[in-house]
Each structure stands twice: as structure tokens, then as C-alpha cells.
Ligand binder design. Structure first.
Ligand code: BEZ
Ligand code: FE
Length: 288
């Protein structure tokens, strides 16, 4: 087609798209329609369009084996949580899902009760015991569920961001016992900023947004007969629960971390002083 105009350009592009795979056809035609509509609405100058291309170029250049700036972009634009919502329209009572984030890494299998805070944070206090059960939708306990947990320390840093923490710190893979129970000792996590030293940080700051995530512990539960669940448990009272930079908070995932000042209990857990206690039960949906 020659002599395309502002009016018929979208149709001209759509007519050229003849993918063999119907899903590819659907995705690419929809992309072209929405992208053209966006450009028609915004009417960018050529300089502005170049700025957009440069932003995406730098987003790609920021990615390496440790850093995924495109996922961060998706997270902060709410796209990750939208994809999550569409893909996890769960049955009544099943634990809600949330964003995975970039800090999942290999962890050691540990027994229930393990102390997963093995770095300097273990000396600073803020100790916590986190426990709960894993159930099916009929409230039956599920034994043998792998409970993969990872979290930041009480200053908001993951082991992979902090050379003062030992490898695989604040992460573990536990297994539920015959009562469906899991538990571990740790420190209470803190809120923290998502990485802002790249294009996504520029976008956040340039659009009047803060980069903070409310304090949370990540969980990924797996069992051969149940759907995998990736979620967080959030610390009740955190100041960022209502403005999470990646839109991951759900009321059902927020729990109190209650201070326990019982010295005998602290000694039982081998903590030097007062500690926090948090309880969270998970409910898994059977896989078809
Ligand atoms: C996290 O919770 O680890 C996280 C999630 C999304 C973006 C950055 C960090
Ligand atoms: Fe996190």
C-alpha cells in the first residue's frame, strides 16, 4: 500500500499482519491498534518519541543476570499485578496471590523451626517467629507442602543486595509436617525501596511517586497435587500498605506481628529478648 495517511495508516499496518498462529495474530493486531490509539491521543513530538525510544533502550541496557528492569517497569505500571489477577481468578477461600519480585533465589531445605536470619541482622533484635498451617479448601491440613520463603532484613535489604549478609540468608525451603504446619525463626522485615538507579527510578521520581514497598515476607508454596501459590505476608501497620510501588497489597495478606515480652518464651526460641509473633494459614487449590 502506498500513500498512507494519518487516517488509514492503522488499517494499512493491520492488513499486513497475517500470522499463522491465531494467538500471535490476535496479540499483534491488538498491540498495533492500542499503540496507534495511544500515539493519536498523545501526539508526541519527534523529540518526545526519541525520548521514549531512549527510555526503552536504557531499560534493556540495564538488564543483566541479576537485574531485570523490564519486570520492574511492568511491576511499577501495575501490569504485573493485572496479569497476576487475570491468571489467578481463584476459588472462594483460596489464599490470594501477589507479585513475585526480582529477589527469589536458590535456598537450602531446612527443618521447621530453622533460624533463617544468619547474618548481622540476627544480632540487632527484631526477632520474629512466623508460623501457620497449609490447608486445602475443605480445611484439611496438607503435609509435605514445600514452603519457599524469602525476605529482606530489618533494614530492607535482601542478601543479594548486601555484601554483609551471608549467601542464602533470610531464605529457606521448609516442608509442612503431618499437621500441615510450618514455622521458622527470623527477623521482622522492613519496608524498602525497589531499585531506583535505573530508568524505572527516573520514571517513578518524574511522576511524583515514591519507590517504597511495605514490609513483607515472600512465600511460594508447591505440592504435586495443588496449584502453585506465590504470595506475600505483609506486616500490619506498615506506612506503605496503601501506596505500594508495585500494587501488591491485599487485605487478606496483612497480619499483625505481635510483640512478645515473655523471657521464658524468648529463651525457648533462643532469642536474647522480646520478639514478634506472626501467624498465617495458607489455603491451596487442587490442580485439575
Ligand atoms: C519484591 O517484593 O521483592 C519486589 C517486587 C517487585 C519489584 C521489586 C521488588
Ligand atoms: Fe520483596
Amino acid at each position: 500500500m502506498r500513500n498512507v495517511t494519518e487516517e488509514n495508516l492503522t488499517e494499512a499496518v493491520l492488513r499486513q499482519i497475517t500470522a499463522q498462529d491465531p494467538r500471535v495474530q490476535q496479540v499483534v493486531t491488538s498491540l498495533v491498534r492500542h499503540l496507534h490509539a495511544f500515539i493519536r491521543e498523545v501526539e508526541p513530538t519527534e523529540d518526545e518519541w526519541f525520548t521514549a525510544i531512549d527510555f526503552l533502550t536504557r531499560t534493556g541496557q540495564k538488564c543483566d543476570a541479576q537485574r531485570q528492569e523490564f519486570i520492574l517497569l511492568s511491576d511499577t505500571l501495575g501490569v504485573t499485578m493485572l496479569v497476576d489477577a487475570i491468571n489467578h481468578r481463584l476459588a472462594e477461600g483460596v489464599t490470594e496471590t501477589t507479585v513475585t519480585g526480582p529477589f527469589h533465589a536458590a535456598a537450602l531445605e531446612m527443618g521447621n523451626g530453622a533460624m533463617i536470619a544468619r547474618g548481622p541482622e540476627g544480632q540487632r533484635g527484631n526477632h520474629a517467629v512466623v508460623r501457620g498451617r497449609v490447608l486445602d479448601v475443605n480445611h484439611n491440613p496438607l503435609a509435605g507442602v514445600k514452603v519457599d520463603v524469602w525476605q529482606s532484613d530489618d533494614d530492607g535489604f535482601y542478601d543479594v543486595q548486601d555484601e554483609n549478609q551471608p549467601e542464602m540468608n533470610l531464605r529457606a525451603i521448609l516442608t509442612t509436617d503431618e499437621h500441615g504446619e510450618y514455622w521458622f525463626r527470623t527477623v521482622r522485615p522492613s519496608s524498602y525501596p525497589i531499585p531506583t538507579d535505573g530508568p524505572v527510578g527516573e520514571l517513578l521520581l518524574g511522576t511524583g511517586r515514591h519507590p517504597m514497598r511495605p514490609a513483607h515476607i515472600h512465600f511460594r508454596l508447591t505440592h504435586p497435587h495443588y496449584k502453585r501459590l506465590t504470595t506475600h505476608v505483609f506486616v500490619e501497620g506498615d506506612e506503605y500498605l496503601d501506596s505500594d510501588a508495585v500494587f501488591g497489597v491485599k487485605d487478606s495478606l496483612v497480619v499483625p506481628f505481635v510483640l512478645n515480652e515473655d523471657r521464658a518464651k524468648a529463651a525457648e526460641y533462643e532469642f536474647p529478648g522480646p520478639f514478634y509473633e506472626a501467624n498465617f494459614d495458607f489455603t491451596l487449590e487442587a490442580s485439575q
